[in-house]
Design a protein around this ligand. Structure first.
Ligand SMILES: [Zn+2]
Length: 131
């Protein structure tokens, strides 16, 4: 488990993401969804990026998704994997893959959310492969 000794920098919440990080601190993974077009988006924004409606709200997300693409940073002092994960709710997010054998990762693989502690801030959403 490469994650054990890797330091994850603390996220810096802003006005649009503060509620996301507050929920994350309670172990809840949330997304912003638009009532006008019924689409969820990432990262959290007050204005829907698809239809520009201001009628967006927080919803609980499943934490399930699939790997869209990934890259293993093998030259880092502690190797890690960055990835785009497409969430079951639709959005694709830049994240890290953890708790896995980097040689067995595959595009299209199913993954599930894990919150990884950060260095003095809220936990950061990452993903691990699931069967
Ligand atoms: Zn919309």
């Amino acid at each position: 488990m490469a994650e054990v000794s890797r330091i994850i920098p603390a996220p810096t919440p802003d006005a649009e993401s503060a509620a996301f990080w507050a929920a994350a601190s309670e172990g809840r993974f949330t997304l912003r969804r638009c009532r006008a077009c019924d689409r969820a988006h990432w990262y959290p924004r007050a204005i829907c990026p698809f239809c520009m409606s201001a009628d967006t709200h927080w919803v609980a997300a499943s934490g399930r998704g699939v790997i869209y693409s990934y890259s293993v940073m093998r030259r880092a002092p502690i190797p890690y994997a960055i990835a785009y994960v497409t969430l079951a709710e639709g959005p694709t997010m830049l994240t890290n893959l953890v708790d896995c054998d980097f040689d067995r990762l595959a595009i299209g693989q199913s993954v599930a959310l894990v919150f990884v502690p950060s260095d003095g801030g809220p936990p950061v959403p990452m993903f691990r492969p699931v069967v």
